[in-house]
Write a new protein. Structure first.
Length: 179
C-alpha cells in the first residue's frame, strides 16, 4: 500500500495530480505535460576576475509562465466537443467543478507530501482521504456534467461518450451490398 501513497507524494506526480486524478476518474485522459510545469534550471555564474570584462550575455526571451494543465485540458475538451456559445454556461459550470476538484486534490496532495514516516494505519488513512476527496469530487462533477451533456447535440454526445469512456471511436457501419 505504501508504494501507492509514495507515488502520490513524489514531486513528479504531485504536479499533475490536481488535474489528472479528477479528470482520469471520469475515464478520459488528456495529455498532461508535467515537464512544462517544472521551473527552469538557472545556473549562477561567478563574477569575472578583477580587471576582466564580463562575457556578453546572450539575449533570451523571457520565460513564459507555465500553462495550468487543468486549464489546458479544459480548453482541449471544449475544442473537442465544439462547444457553442449557447452551451458555454453549462460548459463553464462543468469547468468550474473540474477546477474545484483539482484544487481540492492539489491541497490534499500537498498535505500528504508534508507527512513523513507514516505507519500502516496512517497510510491507510491517507488512502481513505484521497478516496473520499475523489468521491466528493465526482458528486460535485455529476450535476455539472449532466447539465452540459443535456445541452449537447447528438454528435457532441457521441464525442463526449468517446472522450469520457476513453473508448476508441466507433466505426461507421460498412455500406450494405445490394444483391
Amino acid at each position: 500500500m505504501s508504494h501507492a501513497i509514495d507515488r502520490l507524494r513524489s514531486p513528479a506526480t504531485t504536479r499533475g495530480i490536481a488535474s489528472a486524478l479528477m479528470i482520469l476518474s471520469l475515464g478520459f485522459a488528456l495529455p498532461c505535460a508535467a515537464a512544462e510545469d517544472s521551473p527552469q534550471l538557472r545556473l549562477a555564474q561567478a563574477a569575472p576576475p578583477p580587471g576582466q570584462k564580463a562575457a556578453p550575455q546572450r539575449q533570451t526571451q523571457p520565460a513564459q509562465p507555465p500553462v495550468n494543465p487543468v486549464d489546458r485540458q479544459i480548453a482541449d475538451l471544449q475544442k473537442r466537443l465544439a462547444i457553442t456559445p449557447a452551451q458555454q454556461p453549462q460548459f463553464d459550470g462543468f469547468a468550474q467543478a473540474v477546477r474545484q476538484n483539482a484544487a481540492a486534490m492539489d491541497t490534499l496532495g500537498q498535505q500528504e507530501q508534508q507527512k513523513t514516516n507514516q505507519n500502516a494505519v496512517e497510510e491507510l488513512r491517507s488512502s481513505v482521504a484521497f478516496a473520499q476527496a475523489e468521491a466528493d469530487g465526482l458528486k460535485r462533477l455529476l450535476p455539472a456534467l449532466e447539465a452540459l451533456y443535456g445541452s449537447l447535440s447528438d454528435q457532441q454526445k457521441r464525442t463526449a461518450d468517446q472522450v469520457f469512456s476513453n473508448a476508441p471511436a466507433p466505426k461507421e457501419p460498412a455500406p450494405r451490398k445490394k444483391g
